[in-house]
Design a protein around this ligand. Structure first.
Ligand code: GYE
Length: 350
């Protein structure tokens, strides 16, 4: 199998097509309906003749709204109509269970294996087994610390962390920051990347102090628990809370509401979140979250296009970065982020 040793940042046109869920902007509704019928018919034929491409997806779990959007995106992309049979495993944030899921995909001799790795570590052995079995592996969403796989498709979480830091620097304009960080799951590349990116910018600001940084496991209940304990330890001492995903931000807001702490554009505490999923964007539009750095969960179409190139035996991109942008609440203008409007929220696919 040939490989192209380059990184690819997919173009905005492709991203726009992915986000709107349609393959070509010039298609009329009638053309699309005809295309759909044709695709369904060929899917039926492929299904009947056993020609479907079998793909195993070892998903992290169901910890967040981002994850739900990502799962739905895979289930809607790898369909029989599109020529695929998808084996989907939700590993429920259990690293060992996820590795076992991959092992079972190998035993089933699936055509392709896609993994959204819970943690960066621990992949070497099972990936070697996949390679020995001749099954191509695409690492999706999160990164790992070995290189024995075929392609990566995901977002640049370190850049997301830097964007958050750059926005905060711009917003505070030299004012002091006492920061609490609610991190994502321990050992996940999304956590490591966002932390590192934000810390790089924090290091440029002697007027900032990171008071504490604890994992909220990318869940709402985790975010709430961590925020409750932060409030006990640091009440009255902090003015910034960085939540490494939207669900943690919802939990943190609940904890601050219960303690009578105000936040957002009219409050005492600045909230930064990541993901920019639908509800997170609504909170940003409402001025409760000051800045929300997007992480695009709509990645299955990109994975599918890599598989199609592999199927054709052509050179495929080894690394595809799905682009993100950042959003700020109404009333804030930024060089690093777009000021959110109702129209932007209404136009989003997740
Ligand atoms: O930010 C979080 C999810 O890996 C980028 O995982 C993903 C992260 C996402 O649980 O909400």
């Amino acid at each position: 199998m040939k490989r192209r040793l380059v990184s690819v940042l997919i173009g905005m046109t492709m991203a726009a097509a992915m986000l709107s869920g349609c393959g070509g902007s010039s298609d009329t509704a009638t053309d699309e309906a005809a295309d759909d019928t044709a695709a369904e018919a060929s899917g039926d034929e492929a299904e009947a003749s056993g020609d479907l491409i079998t793909v195993g997806y070892a998903q992290v779990g169901h910890e967040s709204d981002w994850r739900t959007a990502n799962t739905e995106n895979y289930q809607n992309t790898f369909t029989a109509e599109n020529g695929y049979e998808l084996s989907f495993v939700d590993a429920d944030n259990d690293n060992a269970a996820q590795i076992e899921a991959v092992r079972s995909f190998i035993q089933q001799e699936l055509d392709y294996i896609v993994i959204a790795p819970i943690e960066t570590a621990g992949w070497d052995t099972v990936l070697q087994e996949a390679e020995d079995a001749g099954i191509p592996v695409i690492i999706a969403d999160r990164e790992i610390d070995t290189t024995n796989f075929d392609a990566f498709v995901g977002t640049d979480t370190e850049a997301e962390g830097e964007t958050a830091g750059n926005w905060l620097g711009e917003y505070l304009d030299g004012a002091e920051a006492n920061i609490l960080v609610i991190e994502g799951s321990v050992g996940a590349s999304a956590t490591l990347g966002r932390t590192e990116g934000f810390n790089t910018i924090a290091a440029e600001h002697p007027e900032w102090t990171i008071l504490d940084s604890q994992s909220g496991d990318f869940t709402q209940s985790g975010g709430q628990e961590v925020m409750e304990s932060f409030i006990k330890s640091y009440e009255g001492q902090f003015n910034v809370v960085v939540c490494q995903n939207d669900n943690e931000a919802y939990g943190a807001m609940d904890a601050m509401d219960a303690a009578g702490i105000t936040y957002g554009v009219d409050g005492d505490v600045i909230i930064i979140s990541f993901d920019a999923t639908h509800d997170g964007m609504q909170y940003t539009l409402d001025g409760k979250i000051n800045c929300n750095v997007e992480c695009n969960p709509i990645q299955a179409e990109v994975v599918e296009s890599v598989i199609q190139i592999m199927e054709a035996g052509e050179e495929y991109p080894e690394r595809t970065i799905v682009p993100d942008e950042a959003f700020v609440a109404p009333g804030i203008t930024s060089a690093y982020a777009t000021t959110i409007t109702q129209e932007i929220l209404d136009g989003r696919a997740y």
